[in-house]
Design a protein around this ligand. Structure first.
Ligand SMILES: Cc1cc2nc3c(=O)[nH]c(=O)nc-3n(C[C@H](O)[C@H](O)[C@H](O)COP(=O)(O)OP(=O)(O)OC[C@H]3O[C@@H](n4cnc5c(N)ncnc54)[C@H](O)[C@@H]3O)c2cc1C
Ligand code: SF4
Length: 327
């Protein structure tokens, strides 16, 4: 690990201003950043500790939803009675992620900003456009079993690894931030993460130094909340494919269905047209398969990850059936 200096910020605006300096980074739980520093994938010269800013509360928001402070730990968020009752998809997604010890440290803001788990990104001996722009993408012709099948570019085919973000996408969460000048802004989660395009090193639409202060959830939505994660082992593994769904159904009919997907793309993936195909239909294999067709429009495997296309189809069938049966 390379030497760095350290300060503890007093306010979010001060943290943003300090983090905007060249080579500076904020540190929250440190569960991703420290690993990257040990591997010298990230080499910050200055760390801004944001752990004592009072952003660790979960509170009702003015419109009947919930506001989650950026420093709320993943364990606390998953266990919150309001989250378990009204936003069970979020609680389930959080509990499907990492391990108990990691969730005790990992934060809401840090989880949204964790970096891809592409093996080549972590291997400084191999080309990677995300780590070193212009160096090439080792995954395109390499071992790409965990990689994306939607929204890829010829520069990068990495996936976003967060389970929590997939649930937040199905809930239409909003990310609250403060920019280095002190101004606050709100970014819909749909616009928060970016597709790789020609700039795969830029993961989000945050400005340099911009700090996440919290995330707001809308008022509770009717329906059964399900999070299904397919992974290589039962615990402690990132999603190959995941589905977050909120399904309002009864009497064999689907009134409405919301679905977001993980493990498929560089950002949590949601296709509202697929949800429209399910709304008002009789629940059967054909209707769900038609929705899967819409989700997978334009999907492309890269060899080792071709299995994700049929896997997504089957996972969606099981998820929608599970939710509808529970209704
Ligand atoms: C072994 C292992 C297994 C894991 N498995 C899973 C899994 O299955 N599913 C899953 O979703 N995750 C998994 N994770 C990832 C884990 O959830 C993340 O490491 C964690 O959520 C990151 O949060 P943090 O607070 O520790 O972030 P940090 O490591 O402190 O920060 C991460 C990044 O976010 C920036 N940052 C942090 N907070 C803010 C803020 N408020 N504003 C602006 N920038 C900020 C930091 O500067 C840094 O760049 C796993 C991690 C490990 C090590
Ligand atoms: S997929 Fe993206 S992160 Fe992985 S090697 Fe290619 S450029 Fe790097």
């Amino acid at each position: 690990m390379k030497a760095f200096t350290y300060e503890r910020a007093d306010t979010p605006a001060a943290a943003a201003a300090a983090a905007a300096r060249p080579g500076a980074r904020m540190i929250a739980g440190g569960t991703n950043l420290l690993d990257l520093m040990k591997l010298q994938v990230e080499t910050p010269v200055h760390l801004v500790d944001i752990n004592r800013l009072g952003l660790d509360r979960i509170e009702p928001s003015e419109n009947g939803g919930l506001r989650i402070g950026a420093m709320v730990r993943n364990s606390d968020l998953a266990a919150d009675p309001r989250v378990r009752r009204d936003y069970a998809v979020l609680s389930r997604a959080l509990l499907a992620g990492a391990s108990g010890q990691l969730r005790n440290k990992a934060t809401t803001g840090g989880n949204l900003l964790q970096r891809t788990r592409c093996y080549y990104f972590y291997d400084t001996a191999r080309p990677c456009n995300k780590r070193q722009p212009g160096s090439g993408c080792s995954a395109l012709q390499g071992f790409n079993r965990i990689h994306a099948v939607l929204g890829t570019s010829d520069q990068c085919i990495a996936t976003h690894p967060s389970d929590m973000a997939v649930a937040m996408r199905v809930l239409d969460a909003q990310v609250e931030t403060v920019v280095p000048g002190g101004t606050r802004r709100v970014i819909p989660i749909a616009d928060f993460h970016r597709l790789p395009g020609n700039t795969p090193h830029v993961d989000t639409n945050l400005q340099p130094g911009e700090m996440i202060t919290g995330v707001t959830l809308p008022p509770p939505l009717p329906g059964q909340h399900v999070y299904r994660k397919v992974r290589d082992r039962a615990s402690y593994a990132f999603a190959l494919v995941s589905v977050a769904a909120i399904v309002d159904a009864g009497g064999g009919r689907i009134r409405s269905a919301r679905m977001a997907f993980g493990g498929l793309a560089h950002k949590p993936w949601r296709v509202e047209a697929a949800e429209a195909r399910l709304a008002g239909t009789v629940l059967d294999e054909t209707t769900v398969d038609a929705a899967a067709d819409t989700v997978l429009a334009g999907a492309r495997g890269f060899g080792h990850n071709d299995f994700k296309l049929p896997l997504l189809r089957r996972t969606l069938q099981v998820t929608i059936n599970e939710a509808a049966r529970a209704a």
